[in-house]
Design a protein around this ligand. Sequence first.
Ligand SMILES: Nc1ncnc2c1ncn2[C@@H]1O[C@H](COP(=O)(O)OP(=O)(O)OP(=O)(O)O)[C@@H](O)[C@H]1O
Length: 331
Amino acid sequence: MSRHRRDDYSTPKAPARRPDTVARSENEEQLADAVADPQARAIVDPAAIDPELTDPEAVADAVAPQRDIHTAAGDVLLEVSGLTVDFGGLAALDDVTFDIRRGEILGLIGPNGAGKTTCFNAITGVYRPTRGRVLFDGSPLGKIKRHKITRLGIARTFQNVRLWGEMTALENVCVGTDARHKTSVFGGIVRTPRHYREERDAVDRGMALLEFVGIGPHAAEKAANLPYGDQRRLEIARALATEPKLLCLDEPAAGFNPIEKTALMELIQKIRDDGYTVLLIEHDMRLVMGVTDRIVVLEFGRKIAEGSPERVRNDPAVIAAYLGVPDDELA
Ligand SMILES: Nc1ncnc2c1ncn2[C@@H]1O[C@H](COP(=O)(O)OP(=O)(O)OP(=O)(O)O)[C@@H](O)[C@H]1O
């Protein structure tokens, strides 16, 4: 079975047709009014902003038009080798080696304190590794600053939701698109045509992304007023707005009920099916086993197993590491 909905990776798709200029400016006015109204509640109709947003294919195209989807799935995208992170005398991560291939969902699991978040932080530039190397798309990440890592194509969400609560959902996502803007600081100050164009495109893409993650009708609501599950979806939309080649999700199902978890599994699969590569830290074993292609298991900072969900589930070292963990979490 193909991992990707599209099988024509060598042929770029034609850009989605735009509505005419008059309709577009009316739509933009409607959106501006909606976004400016702090009392607004679910009043944005995505189809009114852009009729193409009713078409899932068009939404998928609009979500990341710059994304490089022409490389065959299966090549190594991220290579972690001998990664070690010491905190004083403690090796939070000890000589860990694994890779992530394009188009796959890789799970990173392990008991509390195993080093999962430290690994994320070392990959995304929050921590400098003590030893070892991270190669992303052929480039070493060792001394690269965080915002440059985002520009290279790695985006992440956090264990605890981090949104701008006073900003609307759409504004939160538009901030994510800034990572891809080319306008200089000068261009932003004097508001060059390119600056206006990028702002307009950011709104279009922001709306498409909110639709993509399933919260389009809440575009004009303040992030802080969204239900928790929608806030988590919004975080994912904001990360996708940076057009990442690799999306790192840190415990995205934390605090979710079973129905929300199932919906999240579907969203993660949809993200992968659209051509993204996903690194997933998650404690919920049903979710991890149900959604990942491969799993890397850490314990006390070391890698103790790696393989398909089936293989990892039956690995004696993994079973031993999880001894004492309730059976339903390992189901
Ligand atoms: N900034 C830090 N300073 C000192 N020790 C740290 C720091 N960050 C993590 N640690 C320690 O490193 C070890 C690994 O922590 P980490 O948060 O990476 O584990 P984890 O697998 O993500 O755990 P959890 O599932 O509980 O989130 C733990 O012993 C933790 O206390």
